[in-house]
Design a protein around this ligand. Structure first.
Ligand SMILES: O=C(O)CCC(=O)C(=O)O
Ligand SMILES: [Fe+2]
Length: 306
């Protein structure tokens, strides 16, 4: 029996039953692993630290999400109950994060991240961790994936090169995967995502202040030198992800990536990014399971910043 079938049968699984289901889940894992990814996809992932899934999402799914985001922006001012938070200047000293209903009209025209639609929207959860995706991530993470955040963008983030472990380090090293879904065709002058193939083999950078991979913004300049040296040493090359609408890119916890300059601001660059952790690494957390088998981390929306 497929793991998702087990979950569908139980719906939301109380902790006591979950303990009973877990061994079944583990027993199913080798079967799932054979079905989810081809051996060449797995080999490519191991060598390069990313995987492209062309046309993974149908037009109708993408259009529904785009309509939903438009609806949120268009109606936000009369909906103070909307819990979604919007980030500006993410990771910088003057980062701001406001509830969407307080964001002025210029906010949508500037670089922003609309956080965590997944916390309220089963449709978003089913999209970003549908059963096929779930099976694939199960292989890549060697464990049950859990959605731990989502970010919707409409412009290139122009973020510097980073490892996602700077912001959301998993409990266990490397047990984090991100997906980046193109919500429209992405053109070269609209700030596409760039990444360094094979950079996942660079040893993690440990920040002196915390002794972990988690960055503080004062320490960020230190890491850029490390990144440049390690990339040059290995002769690694930068690549652009020029995804078409519905394409999906998966990347490894340690894959270096960045947002390139968004040169033509008459063009948008709509995407949804999801980060996934493993259920096994979240023993005390409130992990919920939708009827379709999607695991997601239930938590508060992120706090306001100024
Ligand atoms: O889409 C981008 O430009 C960058 C997104 C990103 O790095 C992330 O969400 O981890
Ligand atoms: Fe990132």
């Amino acid at each position: 029996m497929k793991l998702q079938t087990v979950y569908r049968a139980y719906g939301h699984i109380p902790a006591s039953i979950r303990r009973t289901v877990a061994p079944v889940a583990r027993a199913c894992r080798p079967i799932l692993q054979r079905a989810a990814l081809s051996s060449s996809q797995k080999k490519f992932w191991d060598e390069n630290g990313y995987l492209v899934l062309p046309g993974f999402f149908g037009e109708d799914v993408i259009d529904t999400l785009n309509l939903f985001v438009d609806e949120l922006w268009n109606t936000r001012k009369r909906r103070p109950d909307l819990p979604f938070m919007v980030d500006f200047d993410h990771g910088k000293a003057d980062q701001k994060r406001w509830p969407i209903h307080e964001v002025p009209d210029w906010g949508r025209q500037t670089i922003y991240k609309l956080n965590d639609l997944y916390l309220e929207c089963p449709f978003v959860r089913l999209m970003v961790l549908n059963p096929v995706m779930s099976d694939m991530l199960n292989v890549l993470l060697d464990g049950e994936p859990v959605i731990c955040n989502t970010l919707n963008l409409e412009w290139g983030s122009e973020q510097d090169y980073h490892f996602d472990t700077f912001y959301m380090a998993p409990q266990k090293q490397n047990k984090l995967v991100a997906s980046w879904i193109a919500l429209e065709d992405i053109s070269e002058d609209a700030g596409p995502l760039k990444f360094v193939s094979g950079s996942h083999k660079i040893p993690p950078f440990i920040f002196p202040k915390s002794g972990t991979t988690v960055a503080s913004h004062e320490e960020m300049p230190m890491v850029q030198e490390y990144i440049e040296t390690e990339v040059a040493k290995r002769g690694l090359k930068e690549e652009l992800f020029l995804g078409k609408k519905g394409d999906c890119l998966l990347w490894h916890a340690q894959l270096l990536h960045a947002g390139s300059k968004h040169r033509d601001r008459t063009k948008t660059r709509k995407s949804i990014v999801t980060h996934y952790w493993r259920w096994d690494d979240l023993p005390g957390a409130d992990v919920r399971i939708d009827r379709n088998g999607t695991n997601w981390l239930y938590r508060h929306h992120q706090p306001r910043i100024r």
